[in-house]
Design a protein around this ligand. Structure first.
Ligand SMILES: NC(=O)c1ccc[n+]([C@@H]2O[C@H](COP(=O)([O-])OP(=O)(O)OC[C@H]3O[C@@H](n4cnc5c(N)ncnc54)[C@H](OP(=O)(O)O)[C@@H]3O)[C@@H](O)[C@H]2O)c1
Length: 289
C-alpha cells in the first residue's frame, strides 16, 4: 500500500486543509470523485479544520467513515502532528503520543496509514523524535512515518536515529515554488528513496489565469502549454510536478469538483523537456545557465 516511491508511476492525493468538520456531504462527494479516478491517498492533519478548530478535518473524516463506511475501504489516510497552536511546534514524545491517540480517535481508526511530523520542532532532539515514531510503529498506531517541511539536514539527522523507514517528505512544491528543485530536497528524496508529497501544488490558486500579478511569467508559460496540450493551466501545473524524476505526489486541494477534474487531467499530459524547462525558466525569471 505504501509503495509511494515507486518510480515512473503518476500519483495524486487529495487534501483536507480547506474543509471544516461539518462539510460531510461535500467531503463524501469529493472522495467519491477521487476514488472513481483511482486516487486513494487522502491527506489531513490534526490542525486542519479552519473555523471548526483544531481536529476539525480529522473529525470530518471520522464522520465520513460513519456515514459512508465503505467509501474509505482501501484508502490511505495520512495525518500529521507536531503543530501546537500558540507554541508553535511540539515534537516531544509525550505530545506526539497524545496527538497520535487523539488523531486515531477523531479519524475512527486503529492505525493511521502514514503519520507525519508536520513541522520540525527545533527544540526536539532527532533521537527523541525518532524514538517516539519507532514506538508508535511498534505499538501498531502508525503504519509508516513521514516528515513535512524539514530541511535536508533535518531529514538526515532524523534518519540517523530512526529505525523505521522514512517513507515520505511532504513539502511545498509547485511551479510557483520551485526551491525544492535546487535546495537538495528532491535529490535527497531520490537518493534515500523517500516519496515526495507536494503541498499547495497550484500555489493556492496563484497559478490560475485569473490569479494575482505575482507569478505572471509562470502563468503565461502554463497558459501557453495548456493551449498546446489542450488542457487547463492547472493540469499543466500538476503535470509539471509529476514530470520530476523523484516520486512526487501532488496533493490536490481544490474543493471545486470541476477544478479537481481539470487537475486530474494532468495524468494524461506528457511534458517534453523543453516544456518543463519553459516553466522552470519562467519561475526563475531567467534562462537556465
Ligand atoms: N504539510 C503542510 O505544511 C501543508 C501545507 C498546506 C497544504 N498542505 C496539504 O496540501 C493540500 C493542498 O493544498 P492547497 O489547498 O493549498 O492546494 P492548491 O491546489 O495549491 O490550492 C487550492 C486552492 O486554490 C484555489 N484555486 C485553484 N485554482 C483556482 C482557480 N483557477 N481560480 C480560483 N481559485 C483557484 C482553490 O479554490 P477552489 O477550492 O475554489 O477550487 C483552493 O482554494 C492541503 O489540503 C493539505 O492536505 C500541507
Amino acid at each position: 500500500m505504501l509503495a509511494l516511491s515507486e518510480r515512473g508511476k503518476k500519483r495524486l492525493a487529495y487534501g483536507f486543509w480547506r474543509f471544516t468538520a461539518d462539510q460531510v456531504d461535500q467531503a463524501i462527494a469529493m472522495i467519491e470523485l477521487m476514488r472513481a479516478k483511482g486516487i486513494d491517498h487522502l491527506d489531513t492533519a490534526d490542525v486542519y479544520g479552519g473555523a471548526s478548530g483544531f481536529g476539525g478535518a480529522e473529525k470530518l473524516l471520522g464522520a465520513v467513515r460513519a456515514k459512508a463506511p465503505k467509501l474509505l475501504d482501501g484508502a490511505m489516510i495520512a495525518t500529521k502532528a507536531g503543530v501546537e497552536f500558540g507554541t508553535p511546534y511540539n515534537s516531544s514524545p509525550a505530545y506526539l503520543k497524545a496527538a497520535c491517540e487523539a488523531s486515531l480517535q477523531r479519524l475512527g481508526m486503529q492505525r493511521v496509514d502514514l503519520f507525519y511530523i508536520h513541522r520540525p520542532d527545533l527544540l526536539a532532539h532527532p533521537a527523541e523524535v525518532a524514538g517516539v515514531l519507532d514506538d508508535l510503529v511498534r505499538e501498531g498506531k502508525i503504519a509508516a512515518v513521514g516528515v513535512s517541511n524539514y530541511t535536508v539536514a533535518e531529514v538526515a539527522a532524523l534518519k540517523r536515529f530512526l529505525k523505521a523507514p522514512l517513507v515520505a517528505h511532504q513539502i511545498e512544491f509547485s511551479a510557483g515554488h520551485i526551491e525544492p528543485l535546487f535546495d537538495g530536497t528532491l535529490d535527497q528524496a531520490m537518493a534515500e528513496d523517500i516519496a515526495v508529497a507536494a503541498w499547495s501544488p497550484l500555489a493556492r490558486g496563484a497559478l490560475a489565469e485569473n490569479g494575482t500579478t505575482a507569478l505572471m511569467a509562470v502563468r503565461a508559460a502554463l497558459a501557453k502549454l495548456a493551449a498546446a496540450h489542450d488542457v487547463s493551466s492547472n493540469a499543466i501545473a500538476i503535470a509539471f510536478l509529476l514530470a520530476h524524476p523523484a516520486a512526487v505526489t501532488p496533493i490536490l486541494g481544490t474543493t471545486n469538483p470541476a477544478r479537481a477534474i481539470e487537475c486530474i487531467d494532468a495524468l494524461k499530459v506528457e511534458l517534453s523537456r523543453r516544456d518543463w524547462y519553459d516553466i522552470v525558466e519562467a519561475a526563475r525569471g531567467e534562462r537556465m545557465p
